[in-house]
Design a protein around this ligand. Structure first.
Ligand SMILES: [Zn+2]
Ligand SMILES: [Zn+2]
Length: 150
């Protein structure tokens, strides 16, 4: 584990540190995180520009190497979500906007394969600062299937 705290922020050297960060901050939760997945583009690159917001109800990512555009969890909706051009770009405290993307889920108590909670973890590839940029309650019965749509 190479998590490091500096002031109010946590820094890490790999996507696994993002997972370790969630384990740490949720260690006293009755529903601690159980599953996680890092997004890697089919081209092999793992850095993305991420756009979206809670009010907008949508998040999407663009690969910094091949420009492939993906709407997060697009398949989850009965009406598939389409790419939007009006979503704000997520920014790090260093103003960087290229991140490794890590999804973390926490199951319902007594059902370890489920995904009650979802957390969107991002790690800035410039300054290495990481954190939770969004969370919601998908109430999904299969965490692996849910995370596959990230
Ligand atoms: Zn790519
Ligand atoms: Zn940064």
């Amino acid at each position: 584990m190479s998590l490091r705290k500096d002031g109010n922020y946590w820094y890490g050297t790999s996507a696994e540190d993002v997972w370790d960060y969630f384990v740490m901050i949720k260690r006293d939760s009755p529903e601690p995180p159980k599953h996680w997945r890092q997004v890697v583009c089919p081209c092999g690159n793992a850095a993305f520009v991420v756009e979206g917001g809670e009010d907008e109800g949508q998040y999407q990512r663009t690969c910094t190497a091949c420009d492939a555009q993906t709407v997060l969890f697009a398949e989850e909706w009965s009406e598939r979500k389409e790419w939007r051009n009006d979503l704000p770009e997520l920014e790090c405290i260093c103003w960087g906007s290229e991140f490794e993307v890590v999804g973390v889920t926490a199951p319902f108590m007594g059902d370890t394969d489920s995904a009650k909670w979802f957390y969107l973890g991002l790690r800035c590839v410039h300054c290495r600062c990481l954190g939770c940029y969004a969370d919601w309650i998908p109430r999904y019965n299969d965490a692996q299937t849910y995370l596959a749509m990230l």
